[in-house]
Design a protein around this ligand. Structure first.
Ligand SMILES: C[S@@+](CC[C@H](N)C(=O)[O-])C[C@H]1O[C@@H](n2cnc3c(N)ncnc32)[C@H](O)[C@@H]1O
Length: 256
């Protein structure tokens, strides 16, 4: 099928690993099939996948250009209704069997996945499901070239510790969007560290995990106060951010 799209969504559609992960999770879904919703449907690709399995799909998109593409792309599917709105303002009039929400970004900081799911989950059936099911976040100490928050595409950095898993969420749970944790990392060589690299793994369902792809949670590099470390030093880092409030909400502190 040919999809009409706009630049950002064109890049999303070209990320084959991202699309295959969501396609497989939708194919693997084995619950009830009355109503699915696709939150932040973009140009409508995940609604298209859902259309083969569900009696009805409600697809919500707040960006009007993406919405117009989705409406056109899905016009031939009588079981899909596309609505131009902010999910946070939308009240479903029935309970939902499956929520699909790909408003992902690394550690769910920059996009509204958590606030949107905290709102939409109220309408999910007791035995309902969410795709993705959860996320796992890990971090490493790095020495990085740039001194601002950035995604790792073309970025230069050197890793200074093993990865530590510092948080994991089941998206079926109500989640506090204000995140704060103290993470202990062990340096594995001598030198200066000045950053943290965050890597997010997406759990599509109980059996399917997807690591970073170009358009799904590429690793995020965050500046840290510069510090001389020796191999095997323990470094305690306080990491704070508000999920859904953007990368400006990130704060780090080295605890001594
Ligand atoms: C990462 S894109 C994914 C698009 C599509 N689901 C896909 O997988 O190709 C996230 C989409 O969510 C939309 N979005 C973000 N916050 C939203 C909100 N509060 N309500 C509705 N749409 C939202 C964005 O405009 C964007 O189109």
């Amino acid at each position: 099928m040919k999809f009409k799209t706009i630049k950002y969504h064109f890049d999303l559609l070209n990320d084959k690993d991202r699309l295959s992960a969501f396609f497989q999770a939708i194919k693997d879904y084995d619950g009830k099939t009355s109503l699915a919703c696709d939150l932040g449907c973009g140009s409508g690709i995940l609604s298209y996948f859902l259309s083969q399995y569900f009696d009805e799909i409600i697809s919500l998109e707040m960006d009007s250009s993406a919405y117009k593409c989705a409406r056109e792309n899905l016009a031939d599917f009588d079981n899909v209704k596309v609505v131009n709105c902010d999910v946070l303002d939308y009240e479903f009039d029935r309970e939902i069997d499956l929520i699909v929400c790909e408003m992902m970004d690394t550690a769910l900081i920059d996009e509204e996945e958590i606030p949107v799911l905290n709102h939409a989950r109220k309408f999910l059936k007791k035995d309902g499901t969410i795709i993705p099911k959860g996320i796992i976040n890990s971090c490493e100490l790095v020495n990085m070239e740039r001194d601002y928050v950035h995604w790792d595409e073309h970025a230069k950095y050197e890793v200074f510790s093993d990865a530590v898993i510092y948080s994991q969420f089941d998206l079926l749970d109500d989640i506090d969007s204000e995140f704060e944790s103290t993470i202990t990392l062990t340096s594995n060589k001598d030198g200066f560290v000045n950053g943290l690299k965050i890597t997010t793994f997406t759990l599509l369902n109980d059996d399917l995990v997807c690591g970073p792809t170009p358009m799904l949670n590429p690793p995020l590099l965050i500046p840290l106060e510069k510090q001389l470390v020796k191999s095997n030093d323990l470094i305690n880092v306080k990491l704070k951010y508000i999920m859904g409030n953007g990368i400006e909400s990130i704060q780090t502190d080295i605890l001594r």
